[in-house]
Ligand binder design. Structure first.
Ligand code: ATR
Length: 280
């Protein structure tokens, strides 16, 4: 039976993951398929059991299922345990469900490429403290950067501050949480801004001060990232969207399932081709 892989979530039809993984599967001449499957919140456990019976060997999990995937994994990686969310499942023949989180490594590798290796004294501001921010905070904590987390709901920023501190206890003094009212001052203070909010999805951005060639990294991609990043560019900020992070997490998942480190450039091109088609 052909091995099956899938990305599970809701909504899922716009996912770029099938294009990325199928490009790598074809390159490696594997007898496997990778598709997108819509799975509503609360339905993951039933779906996985049917999926395994039909040749399912692994899955990526996205909104709104990452916590559910974490809860039903019978063997969690240290990273997934620390982040509290799973984006990669591996189903083995003993019915063990291995849960991992490759978002952190996907972010870390792309962020370093794009930001040009910030030094430990660089002042990072992350705006947003939802699900997408958790893996980022975990990755940043490991690197020991100075980090100010700013969020509309302060309690969520404080919860992320605890993940950062737990990742590297000696770094506790290097992370702070802030209410949204602090944002203008933080944007002046920052060397680098990371957007983990969903503002771009509703066409919104921030009141950018002069960028002076500073750097802003948006975790989203496509039209949401364009909406968020365009005003920053106009104000003189250097920008990058999260497509590289998406491909980075996909590459790490592919390695978990197949033991093959795929060609990241090729995955990036497959994703970009889909986005380009959609814009036409
Ligand atoms: P995701 O899993 O994609 O991160 P999420 O958990 O819903 O999605 O998080 C969305 C983030 O965008 C949150 O940090 C949210 O702020 P709250 O925690 O206060 O909800 C932020 N966000 C969404 N709309 C916003 C807005 N209009 N202004 C400021 N922050 C906003």
């Amino acid at each position: 039976m052909t091995d099956r892989y899938a990305v599970l979530g809701d909504p899922i039809s716009a996912s770029l993951s099938p294009a990325i993984h199928m490009a790598w599967i074809r390159d490696a001449r594997l007898d496997a398929t990778y598709t997108a499957m819509r799975v509503e919140a609360g339905r993951l456990v039933d779906l996985l059991s049917a999926f395994r019976d039909e040749g399912g060997r692994g899955a990526n999990v996205t909104l709104p299922l990452k916590e559910e995937a974490w809860a039903l994994s019978t063997n969690l990686s240290d990273t997934a345990r620390a982040i509290g969310a799973v984006n990669t499942l591996r189903l083995d023949s003993n019915k063990v469900i291995h849960g991992d989180n490759t978002d952190a490594v996907g972010f870390a590798s792309d962020f370093q490429d794009q930001a040009g290796e910030p030094d430990r004294d660089s002042k990072l501001v992350m705006i947003g403290a939802g699900g997408a921010a958790r893996a980022v905070v975990y990755a940043l904590g490991k690197s020991g950067y100075r980090l100010a987390i700013c969020n509309r709901t302060l309690s969520r920023a404080k919860a992320l501050e605890r993940i950062y501190s737990a990742t590297t206890p000696e770094q506790t003094a290097r992370v702070t949480s802030h209410p949204i009212e602090d944002l203008p001052a933080l944007l002046e203070w920052a060397d680098i801004v990371i957007n983990a909010t969903s503002l771009g999805h509703s066409g919104q951005s921030l009141p950018w001060p002069s960028g002076r060639d500073r750097f802003v990294y948006d975790l989203s991609y496509g039209t949401a990232a364009s909406a968020f990043l365009a005003p920053a560019q106009t104000a003189g900020w250097r920008t990058a969207d999260g497509l590289g992070m998406l491909v980075g997490q996909a590459a790490a998942s592919f390695d978990i399932w197949f033991g093959i480190k795929p060609d990241v450039r090729r995955g990036f091109e497959a994703a970009e081709a889909i986005l380009k088609d959609r814009n036409q």
